[in-house]
Design a protein around this ligand. Sequence first.
Ligand code: ADP
Ligand code: MG
Length: 764
Amino acid sequence: MHCASCSALITRKLKKTVGVEEANVNLASAKAHVRFDSSMVHEHDLVAAVKAAGYKAEVRNEHGHHGVELDRKRQESEIADYRRKFLIGFALSFPMLVFMVLTFLPNSSLHMMTLPYMGIVSLILATPVQIWLGSGFFRGFWSSLKMGTFSMDSLIAIGTYAAYLYSVYNLTVHVVTEGSVFGDVHDLYFEVAALLITFVLLGKWMEARAKGRTSEAIQKLMSLQAKTARVLRNGQAVDIPIEEVKVGDIVVVRPGEKIPVDGIVMKGLTSVDESMLTGESIPVEKKEGDHIFGATMNGNGSIEFRAEKVGSETALAQIIKFVEEAQGSKAPIQDFADWVSSWFVPAVIVIAIITLIGWLLVGATFTFSLLASVSVLVIACPCALGLATPTAIMVATGKGAEHGILIRGGEPLEAANKIDVIVFDKTGTLTKGKPVVTDVIVLKGVADEVLRIAASLEQGSEHPLAESIVQHAKTKGLSLSSADKFQAIPGHGVKGLLNGTQYYLGNRKLIEQEKILLGEMENRLQQLEDEGKTAMLLADKQSVLGIIAVADTVKETSKEAMEKLQSMGIDVYMITGDNRRTAEAIATKLGIQNVLAEVLPEKKASEVKKLQAQGKRVAMVGDGINDSPALAQANLGIAMGSGTDIAMEAGGIVLVRNDLRDVVMAIQLSRATVSKIMQNLFFALFYNVIGIPIAARLFMHWGIVLRPELAGLAMAFSSVSVVTNSLLLKSFHPQRRNWISDVAPWFMIIGFTAVFFLFARISS
Ligand code: ADP
Ligand code: MG
C-alpha cells in the first residue's frame, strides 16, 4: 500500500465481499482487521479480494513472538526493496541529471559533445525506470481504475506516463522528420519521469524506515522475553527453551537472571525489577507466595517458583497483544483524513486537467502546460494525510506501554484528550484497598466475642472489608466457626446464622432494615466516620452488639495526582458505596470536592450517566472488577490492573501500575498525541494548499515555477516529515515539556515553504 487511498480502496473491496461485517485497513501497520461470518466467507476469499484490488495479502494467524517476527521481516524486506529500487533508479537517472545540468551550459564543449546522443540515451535509461521501477504505481493505477476510482498511484502513473510518452512522441517525430535518432531533439522530458519515480521511491524508502520505527515498541517488548528457563526435572535443574515450560513446572532463578514466565514464589526471597512491565523503577520485594512475572529481572536473591502462566498467557504476552491490537485500530479522527483523501485524488485530477487546458487557452505552449499539469498531479498526493493519524497513534501506544499505560487504540486516546470530569472509585483506586481493623467496640457481651462472630460471618465474603476483619481475628488467635445461611448483601453487608442465632454485620442501612434502633450509638459511629473510617455494626435480631471500624490508607501518590488533574482543568469526583461521612473525610484528605457516596454497586454506571447528561465528558477510573458497567458507560474507562493482571476487557486504558499519577500521564500523553495528529493533518493540508498553485504555475509571474520532478521530491518528503513528526512523540515525558515536538511542525512549515520557493528558483 502506498497511501490512504490504497487502504481506503482495500477497505471498500473487503466490505463489498459477501459475509464481511466489518473491515478496517491500517496503512501504517499494513494490517487489515476483518470481522466476517465464517459460514459465508473464508479467509482465503478475503485474501483473494485484496488480490483482486491489486494488492498482496496473507492471513496472519501468528501472534506474539512469531507474528511480530514476521512483521519485522516483512518490514525489513519492504525497506530493502525500496532502497534497491531507489538506488537503481538513481543510477539510471543520474546521467539524465547531468544532461539537464548541461542544458544550463549550452556552449560548453561537453554539452556540444553529448547533445546529439542525449535523446536516445535518455530513452534507453528512462524506459526501465518507467516500466520496471514504476510498475508498482502503474499496477495501483490499473487496479483502482478497475474499481472505478483513482488512488495516489494513479497520480504518479498518469504524471510520469504523460511526461514519458510525450517525450517518446517527440523523439519519434524527430526520427521521422530528420531520419535519425541523433541530433538536437526538442521537448524531451525523460528525466522528469525517471527522476520523479526515483524521488518517490526515495520518499517511500525513508517512509518505510520511519514507519518501522513507529512499531519498535512491540519489538522492544518482544525482546524482553527470556529465551530459556531453568526448571527442575527429577530433582535436577535443566535449561530448556522457554516454549517448553509447562504450567506447574518449578523454575529456578539465580541472582541477576531474567524471570522466564509468570508464577508464584515457592522458595527464597529476592527483589525484582518490574520496570519493563510496569514502568515502576523501584524494585519490588518478593517472598514465598508472591506473584512474579516473566521478562522482569531478578535482583540479589535466588528463588524457586511454580510456573502459573506460560506462552501467550503471560503478562508480557498480554501486553504485547494489547499494544498490537491498539496499533492496528482506527481513530475516529482518521475518518476525516480518509474522507478528505477520497475526494482529494479525483479533485486533483480535475485540477490537473483544468491546469492543462487553462494554460493552453491563455496561449502557453503544450510542453509548458503539460509540465504544469504533471506537477499538479504529483505534488497533490495525499500520502502525508494518510499517515498523519496512524503513525502518531502507533508511537503513542508504544510510548504508553513503556510507562505501564496500555491504551486500546485511537478511540480512547482521543477520548482522553477531551475529558472534563474524572470519577474515581474510592476503594482500591484512591485507597490501597487493603483496609485494616482499627477499633473494636463492644456494647454487649464479652470482648473478642464481637470480633469472633463478625469474622466468622465474613469468612464467606470476598469484600476487602471482610478480609480485613477475618485477618484481624486470625492474628488475635480467635477460632472461627462457619455460618449457616450466609448471605452477602451488596452495598449493605452480610448476614448469617451462627449456632442458630441470626446475626447481621454491615452499615446503617442494613441494621435499620431489620428495625433495630441505633439510639446513642449514632454518635460513636459519626465520630469514627469523621476520622475517615468505615464503621460496621454487628447486631443480632434484637440489638447492636458492637462496632468494628476499619481504615483504608490512601495511596501516597493519590493526592498529587488529584492536584495535577485539577490544575489541568479537570473536575475530579469520588464515588463509593461507603457512607457519606467516611467518604467526605477521605475526600478532604485528597483535596476532592465532589463526593458521590452511598452509591450501590449497580448504581455507579447511572451516576456516570447523570454527569454525562449534564453535557460532561466523563472518565471513570476503577479496579475493573465490580466497576465494569461504570467503566463501560463512561466516555473513557480507565481500569487499574491490580499488579500485572492486565487481562482486562473493561477499560479503554489499562494502568499496569496501581498509581493514579499514571492517569495524569495517560491524559498528558493523549493530549500530546492528539495535538500531534492535528499538527500532522494541518501540515499535510497546508503542504497541498501551497503546493498545488505553485505546481500549476500560477505564480509564474514572479518567477516561481516548480518542475515536476522537484514536485515529486517535495511530495515524498512531506510524507517523511509527517512520520518524523510522529516519531517525535517518542521523546514524550510527563514532567517535561516536549519543546522539540512542539516547535517541529513550525519548522516543517517554514522549511517546506522555503524548499518550494528554492525549488521553484532552480526550476525557472
Ligand atoms: P465500595 O466498593 O465503594 O467500598 P461497597 O458498595 O462494596 O463499597 O460497600 C458499601 C458499604 O457496604 C461498605 O462501606 C460497608 O459499610 C457495607 N458492606 C459491604 N460489604 C460488606 C461486608 N462484606 N461486610 C461488612 N460491610 C459491608
Ligand atoms: Mg469497590
